[in-house]
Design a protein around this ligand. Structure first.
Ligand SMILES: *Cc1c(COP(=O)(O)O)cnc(C)c1O
Length: 366
């Protein structure tokens, strides 16, 4: 039996043609027409005013913190239930993370967010929220809290490209947002990221910092520390081709989720990740929790059937790296972590593949 992967790349078929165009132009460089086209396609598709193509989303989050003035000793709030790439940049800036637990939405709890702000030793400068597995956070409440408290909102939309809330795209609600095009995301350039914002000045500043903070002189003049974070024109060519099929990819991932839910939702102990009212997630990964069966057992049985699956993200407040960090947590994401798994969710999966996964899970539960 062929291996079923968790979330493998799914090419549109146009990628090689666009890469050939890059080679013909000889712009094998971190600039060029396809970088511009990739940024424009993100602006058109998400409705953001400005976009900056980068080597990865982690770089985008780092630049967002730099541009918003987060520095040594500042506090930054963040979703605890997320992937490390979401929060590493807080440490790059020598700032201090305060992790906030999830609620029943699986995403950051607005109630615990308020508590975290009250308990913070100093006013936090920014909040990084993750739209986990492509499902939206409770944006209305979070935006209101950030406005009232004067805290910058950064959306880690690495997993949620194409997801929307009341018709507006994830990543465009905060002061700045970030998408990822890593190999396992809904679209991929093998590796890449995009920083977005409606604030032209901030994106211009991020671009300056992403190209070694080179001042505008013919000779090389530098006053600030910079980074080398721009995206290659070759990878941007892949990105342009991928953006052309974003809607199809979201629709297929949602279909796969619906099929899992139809077949496995009848089991009393199984609960799927919810979708909050008014939102349309991209169902990047189909995820569920089990009340009785140990998810490690499911993962083993799936592996025996040559199917890849994974535990849910281990919350940041449980990571040894952050053992000294402040956290407002009530056990919610820890329970999700202990009871949950991510199922194969690639948009290239057939219905038969999904059924193969379901059959193996049924066997493991019995
Ligand atoms: C993948 C991911 C990132 C990191 O993206 P890169 O492009 O690999 O840097 C950050 N946050 C979340 C939630 C992710 O899933």
């Amino acid at each position: 039996m062929d291996r079923i992967f968790l979330s493998p790349p799914h090419m549109s078929g146009k990628e090689q043609q666009y890469i050939s165009e890059v080679f013909e132009s000889n712009y094998i460089a971190p600039l060029g027409e396809f970088v511009n086209r990739f940024e424009s396609s993100i602006c058109n598709c998400t409705g953001t005013k400005h976009a900056l193509a980068l080597s990865c989303a982690t770089a985008g989050l780092h630049l967002a913190l730099c541009v918003l003035g987060v520095e040594n000793g500042d506090y930054v709030l963040a979703s605890s239930f997320t992937f490390i790439g979401s929060v590493n940049a807080i440490l790059y800036q020598n700032a201090k993370p305060i992790f906030v637990d999830s609620d029943e939405s699986w995403n950051i709890s607005p109630k615990l967010l308020k508590e975290a702000i009250q308990k913070s030793p100093r006013k936090p400068k920014a909040l990084i929220i993750t739209h986990l597995y492509g499902q939206l956070c409770k944006l209305d409440e979070i935006i209101t809290i950030c406005k009232e408290e004067g805290i910058f909102l950064i959306e880690d939309a690495a997993e949620s490209l194409g997801a929307s809330y009341q018709g507006k795209q994830s990543g465009t609600f905060g002061d700045m947002g970030v998408y990822s095009f890593n190999g396992n995301k809904i679209l991929t350039t093998s590796g890449g990221g995009m920083l977005v914002s409606d604030n032209e000045e901030w994106v211009a500043k991020a671009q300056f910092l992403s190209t070694q903070a080179k001042e505008n002189f013919l000779h090389y003049e530098h006053k600030e520390v910079g980074y080398n974070y721009r995206m290659s024109n070759i990878l941007a060519a892949i990105g342009v081709a991928q953006m052309e099929v974003l809607d199809e990819r979201v629709n297929r991932r949602r279909e796969i989720f619906d099929l899992y839910q139809k077949v496995l939702g009848t089991y009393e102990e199984i609960q799927f990740m919810p979708e909050i009212e008014g939102s349309r997630g991209n169902r990047w990964l189909s995820t569920l929790t089990l009340k009785k069966t140990d998810p490690k057992k499911i993962i083993t049985v799936l592996e025996e059937a040559n199917i890849e699956s994974r535990p849910l993200w281990k919350p940041m407040h449980m990571q040894p790296l952050f053992s000294d960090a402040m956290a407002i947590e009530d056990g919610t994401s820890q329970t999700f972590f202990e009871q949950g798994i991510c199922l194969p969710s690639g948009s290239s999966m057939s219905d038969e593949d999904v059924m193969r996964v379901c059959d193996a899970i049924k066997k493991a539960i019995k």
